[in-house]
Ligand binder design. Structure first.
Ligand SMILES: [Mg+2]
Ligand SMILES: [Zn+2]
Length: 242
């Protein structure tokens, strides 16, 4: 049985946030205050739609947005980790569940030559419209009260595991790697044999240290292993599969 690795993207695979990094593609490398003020809590994807429409209005082409996106820095050790994963696809399946968008994620991964490490990317669908503007849609709707309206990562993970199970695919273990508050919900559907890997010093680790319980009041099941560099994730992975 394979190991399933599930990655968040912003501040996990890359050491920044795609949605703020893209602002560097504007002529003044900043947004007008009037636009920045339109963000409403829990409505990030709609806000990004307005940001991308502003960037399009500045005559910034998709090609130049793409070249700016490929300069986003990777977190320490990540490129090496994904190079290893690419070479061990018989043992490892690897997916991304991210609240960024599919277009930016593909651009960044292709830029570094590591797209083949990933079997699937679950994110808000990004595309380029007929005007050459980047557009972003909400990923799905769900009924989880803990998560932002456009994305519950637990629902995505549960649906994926169920889909795989129906196709006869079971995993020896799932390893979840993330940093943010929205990476907590998916840990609630994980098993004893699974591993939760929060990035040290970020929100998810703080939430886990505070002690989180599942809906029925039992503690989270997966073992928790915090990391600072992806080299630590690579070493853990090597020990598990070799
Ligand atoms: Mg993140
Ligand atoms: Zn949720």
């Amino acid at each position: 049985m394979k190991t399933l690795m599930v990655f968040d993207f912003d501040h996990t695979i890359v050491d920044d946030n795609c949605d703020t990094w893209v602002i560097q593609s504007t002529p003044n490398k900043c947004l007008p205050v009037s636009l920045a003020k339109t963000y409403q809590k829990g409505r990030w994807t709609e806000y990004m739609g307005r940001v991308m429409s502003y960037i399009g209005d500045q005559n910034v082409t998709p090609e130049s947005i793409r070249s700016v996106m490929t300069t986003i820095p990777f977190t320490d050790g990540m490129v090496e980790l994904f190079t290893f994963i690419s070479r061990h696809k018989n043992d490892i399946e690897c997916i991304i569940i991210s609240d960024a968008n599919t277009l930016f994620i593909d651009w960044v991964l292709q830029g570094a030559g590591i797209r083949p490490a990933f079997d699937k990317v679950f994110s808000n669908p990004g595309s380029i419209d007929s005007r050459g503007y980047v557009t972003v849609q909400c990923y799905h709707s769900h009924d989880c009260i803990k998560c932002p309206i456009n994305m519950c990562k637990r629902k995505i993970l549960e649906d994926f595991l169920e889909h795989q199970d129906k196709a006869g695919v079971k995993y020896a273990r799932t390893i979840y790697i993330g940093d943010g508050g929205n990476d907590l919900c998916p840990l609630k559907c994980m098993r004893e044999e699974d591993i939760a890997m929060p990035r040290k010093g970020f929100t998810l680790e703080r939430l886990l240290l505070a002690g989180v319980e599942t809906k029925d009041g039992t503690p989270l099941k997966p073992r928790v292993l915090a990391w600072s560099s992806a080299t630590e994730i690579l070493n853990e992975l090597k020990a598990l599969i070799q």
